[in-house]
Write a new protein. Structure first.
Length: 256
């Protein structure tokens, strides 16, 4: 990782008006075959705590539910925003974006259909996340082939329920058309706290809206955690590129 001198200066200069946002999987934790086995890299929680004590807002914005996030990393002062912005943990209570709440029955219908249709796709795993679903392929003997077979089934089930399908790193996510967007979540925090500068870290397609949410700020740094699976659009949009969650946490350490 090579960081051009001064690229982080605008972020560190006004900590009282600056936000730090990042994904969990792929940014704070390596991508692993079994989602339940994901853990933050060494030192991540300590660095986030120090950042929260210094900056106006620090948030983890993830596709996981906030209940799931809280089991893996919970740091005083760090906001947990889950399901791509659809829910947030406030004082132990989960709040849900109203637009997403109305889709709960539709998500359940899609889940029942996928439980049936995916039985013949070897290695595909359906994860229920409350207001969203995820179909994982990383454990399949041939993840590419499993995703190829499953994709039309997932698209059909989502369309029948009026839901969106968002691809990711060996995953297809099914979620409501409204309310589930990391960009909206980042915008919400920026507006709430009156932020004028921010850093966003991401590793996948779902992080592109969060990158875009920084447009127009006085200072913005978009950090891509690169991998063989990362979309080209992510690295093209990034101001900085790092090679792993360990390097990303090392970058955050420079802001403490």
């Amino acid at each position: 990782m090579t960081v051009t001198p001064g690229i982080l200066a605008g972020i560190a200069a006004r900590p009282d008006r600056t936000g730090i946002f990042c994904d969990f999987d792929g940014c704070l934790s390596p991508i692993v075959p079994e989602p339940s086995a994901a853990r933050p890299v060494r030192g991540a929680a300590t660095i986030l705590g120090r950042l929260a004590a210094r900056y106006a807002s620090v948030a983890i914005v993830s596709g996981r539910s906030v209940a799931d996030l809280a089991r893996r990393i919970r740091v005083p002062g760090v906001r947990l925003i889950g399901l791509h912005g659809m829910e947030e943990l406030h004082g132990g209570v989960v709040t849900v974006v109203p637009e997403a709440e109305t889709a709960r029955d539709a998500v359940e219908r899609a889940a029942r259909e996928l439980e049936r249709s995916l039985r013949g796709v070897r290695g595909a795993m359906l994860e229920r996340k409350g207001l969203a679903l995820a179909v994982h392929f990383r454990r399949a003997p041939d993840p590419v082939e499993a995703e190829r077979i499953a994709a039309p089934l997932v698209v059909e089930a989502a369309a029948d329920a009026g839901l969106a399908v968002v691809p990711g790193r060996r995953i297809l996510e099914v979620r409501p058309m409204e309310g589930g967007d990391k960009g909206n979540a980042v915008h919400r925090v920026i507006d709430e706290r009156g932020l004028t500068a921010a850093l966003v870290g991401g590793d996948d397609v779902g992080d592109l809206p969060a990158f875009a949410a920084l447009d127009g700020l006085e200072a913005a740094v978009r950090v891509a955690v690169a991998s063989a699976e990362a979309p080209a659009a992510l690295t093209e949009r990034a101001d900085l590129i790092v090679g792993s969650p360990q390097e990303f946490v090392g970058l955050l350490r420079r802001l403490v």
